[in-house]
Design a protein around this ligand. Structure first.
Ligand code: 13P
Length: 287
């Protein structure tokens, strides 16, 4: 059964580790992440962007697929199904479809409107036993070939949003989605410490988990980060493994027209990537 992410992240704060949030894009991705989490006895959060939701045939398809896998693959570790960077409407749809957690990304609204919409969604999710993440300070990334630097969140705004009752908070600390530019100055631990000072034990979320050096990940966890989002690194691993398999002509040797064989190297590469992250984040054995 799917669970909200609240309890697993409270435990992560107490135990000084982080739970991985891995974005899913298809069945192979989902299965690989669930299997490796079970093998390592780690809680896990499956992230779904609105784009991935559309691609996979809608939120209800995803809920059906994930619930089916929990049973069919005998997954017993805690699993949350979480909308990533949701709009207000996207949150309502996922709540209706059976997701166990949502992120409302109101960071582009003026603070008053962000507060109003977040409050409404906090009340709704909590009435249903679901968890909710909010964001303060935009998280940059590549758009039209230009990589925007991540913003640093204002700690007072973080406190204002935290006080609305969200279960975990994504505070921008210079992190960005996708690849980091060569001149990236690194995470702002000063901002992270100032945010932590304002919000206490509220679990903090680090987006853009791809490409952050290991020592920075460890330091962020020591300063209150309890959920780390990873997407691009799994995409790169999947693409690279599939490309190698085809370039080596292996698809022609082993029934290349069989999609189960063609997609297997990519799925194995995702498993390896996720395993490395779970070990780095320290959540193995914590289910
Ligand atoms: P990356 O794609 O940089 O791993 O970031 C993922 C993320 O933050 C999803 O919300």
């Amino acid at each position: 059964m799917l669970v909200s992410a609240t309890e697993m992240l409270k435990k992560a704060i107490a135990g000084k580790y982080a739970v991985g949030h891995f974005n899913i894009n298809n069945l192979e991705w989902t299965k690989a992440i669930l299997e490796v989490s079970q093998e390592l006895n780690s809680p896990v959060i499956l992230g779904v962007s609105e784009g991935a939701g559309k691609y996979m045939g809608g939120y209800k398809t995803i809920v059906g697929m994930v619930n089916g896998m929990l049973e069919g693959l005998k997954i017993t570790v805690p699993v949350a199904l979480h909308l990533d960077h949701g709009t207000y409407d996207g949150c309502l749809k996922c709540i209706d479809a059976g997701f166990s957690s949502v992120m409302f990304d109101g960071s582009h609204y003026p603070i008053a409107e962000n507060v109003e919409k977040t409050t409404e969604l906090v009340n709704l999710t909590h009435k249903l036993g679901l968890s909710i993440e909010a964001e303060v300070g935009a998280i940059g990334g590549e758009e039209d070939g230009v990589i925007g630097m991540g913003e640093c969140a204002n700690p007072d705004e973080c406190k204002a949003i935290a006080d609305l009752g969200v279960d975990f908070l994504a505070a921008g600390i210079g992190n960005i989605h996708g690849k980091y530019p060569a001149n990236w100055p690194g995470l702002s631990f000063e901002t992270l410490a100032a945010v932590k000072d304002k919000v206490g034990d509220l679990p903090l979320v680090l987006h853009g988990g791809t490409g952050i050096p290991e020592d920075m990940i460890k330091k962020a966890i020591s300063l209150g980060v309890a959920k780390i989002n990873v997407n691009t690194e799994c995409q790169l691993a999947f693409a690279e493994a599939t490309r190698k398999y085809i370039e080596a002509g292996k698809d022609r040797e082993s029934k290349g027209y069989d999609p189960r064989k063609l997609l297997a190297p990519g799925a194995a590469a995702i498993k390896e990537t996720v395993k490395g992250k779970i070990e780095l984040f320290g959540s193995a054995g914590k289910a």
